[in-house]
Structures are given as structure tokens and as C-alpha cells.
Design a protein around this ligand. Structure first.
Ligand SMILES: [Fe+2]
Length: 247
């Protein structure tokens, strides 16, 4: 993959300039970069050598099915989430590690920092991972997460969302973001999504319902592509706790 330094630099600049303009999300003020972006200059070809590598033996066959990681069935609406990981030129990013974490159907994370009044599900951990195939496609089977309240402001509830992490093929493509569900009434009120200044960037974080991804009598399908570079890149949606299991 060719280095896309100038385009990437512009993208980073837009991100930095936009954060901090969402008064409903006080945490973003503390987490935004305090220094201007540093241009990344790599020798031709070096960008391919900078990213981590994961092999097929590093990811187990059940890692992408979050409904089959325990002896019993988790509670909640089954969903299938799939799409392609692409670079800025529309080329598939093959063999890419895609990591996912999420709340359970009651909107609670299986995480020590989440102690709110909602039940844990003994049959749902809420973490998964997979590798993209030769067309850049990933696919997860899981349950639709519930909304949950958070302390950003009174009556603040996060819309249903899935957290995603990708390393890309170079450190300039590192991406931690969130996928949302279409027609969620909480979307216009989400301070984290609203922290992104670009309306198109906000829209691109919302998946599309895709009946072709439905598994008959089992799950509803959602399509969501992830673009790592260029003007149509998927933007970072900062988590309130930016770590695995973060809210
Ligand atoms: Fe979350």
C-alpha cells in the first residue's frame, strides 16, 4: 500500500481541530491532542513494514461469534455485522485483525469499571476478533447491545454501539472507533458522535440494515465498511474510557 502522507495529515488536522467543540462531552476536552499534528514522512515502501502482523493461527474459529463463547446462549437480539476494510483507494485490506467489544443486551459491560445497575450476562463477554479475508471482508455474529447511561450530562444515554479497533498496515492507519445502528433515536443526542465536526463522518459511523446478511431465523444483518485512509476515511469516535471494555 502506498503511503498517503498528505491526505492522512489533512485528516488528522481535521480531527484535532474538531474535537473540543462538543460542550456536552466534557471528556473530549481532556483527551484531545494538545500539540499540532506532526507530518509523517516515510520512505516509499516503508509504510508496509510498520504494521503488526497476525496470522490465521492467532485467531480462533469462535472468536468472531460472540454468541458461542460460553456454554449457554446469551440473551438479546442476534445480529450479524459485516463489511469490508478498505484503504483510501478502495482496495481491500487483507488479513487485517479486526477487534470488537461491546455491552450486553442490558447495556452493561463485563468490565470491572462498569458497576451500574444492570444485569451481567454469564453467557456473554462482549469481545471478539477476526481477520479480514482476501476481499477485505470481516464478519461477526453477536447480540445487539443495549443503550446505557453515562455521566457526561443529566439524561445522557449512549446509543447502541459496537467498539472497533484496527491496526491497519501502518501506524498511521491505527483506528479505534464505534459503529452505530440506523434509526436509533439516541443518535442525535450522542455527545461522542457529535464531537466529530463533519456530518459525513458522523453518518459513516452508522451501519446499514442489510437483509442479505440476515441469517434465517437467527439474526438481523448490518453492513458497515471501514476505510482506513483518504477523504472517505472512517473517523475515530473517542470512547469515554479508551481501552478494551471502555464505555
Ligand atoms: Fe461503549
Amino acid at each position: 500500500m502506498a503511503a498517503n502522507g498528505p491526505a492522512r495529515e489533512r485528516r488528522e488536522t481535521r480531527r484535532v481541530d474538531g474535537f473540543g467543540e462538543a460542550p456536552a462531552y466534557v471528556g473530549v476536552v481532556e483527551r484531545r491532542p494538545r500539540q499540532p499534528p506532526v507530518p509523517v514522512v516515510l520512505a516509499p515502501g516503508a509504510v508496509e513494514l510498520a504494521g503488526p502482523l497476525f496470522g490465521t493461527r492467532d485467531v480462533g474459529p469462535f472468536d468472531a461469534d460472540l454468541t458461542r463463547q460460553h456454554p449457554g446462549e446469551p440473551l438479546g437480539e442476534r445480529i450479524t455485522v459485516s463489511g469490508r476494510v478498505l484503504d483510501g483507494r478502495g482496495r481491500p485490506v487483507r488479513g487485517q485483525l479486526v477487534e470488537l467489544w461491546q455491552a450486553n443486551a442490558a447495556g452493561r459491560y463485563a468490565h470491572r469499571l462498569d458497576d451500574r445497575r444492570a444485569p451481567l450476562d454469564p453467557n456473554f463477554t462482549g469481545t471478539g476478533r477476526c481477520l479480514t479475508d482476501d476481499s477485505g471482508r470481516y464478519r461477526f455474529t453477536t447480540i445487539r447491545p443495549g443503550a446505557y447511561p453515562w455521566a457526561s450530562h443529566p439524561h445522557a444515554w449512549r446509543p447502541a454501539h459496537l467498539h472497533f479497533s484496527l491496526f491497519g498496515t501502518a501506524f498511521t492507519q491505527r483506528l479505534v472507533t464505534q459503529m452505530y445502528f440506523p434509526n436509533d433515536p439516541l443518535l442525535p443526542y450522542d455527545a461522542i458522535r457529535n464531537a466529530l465536526p463533519d456530518p459525513d463522518a458522523r453518518r459513516r459511523l452508522v451501519a446499514v440494515y442489510d437483509p442479505d446478511l440476515n441469517e434465517p431465523e437467527l439474526s438481523l444483518g448490518y453492513h458497515w465498511d471501514i476505510v482506513l485512509d483518504g477523504p472517505a476515511a472512517t473517523w475515530t469516535a473517542p470512547a469515554s474510557v479508551p481501552a478494551q471494555g471502555g464505555r
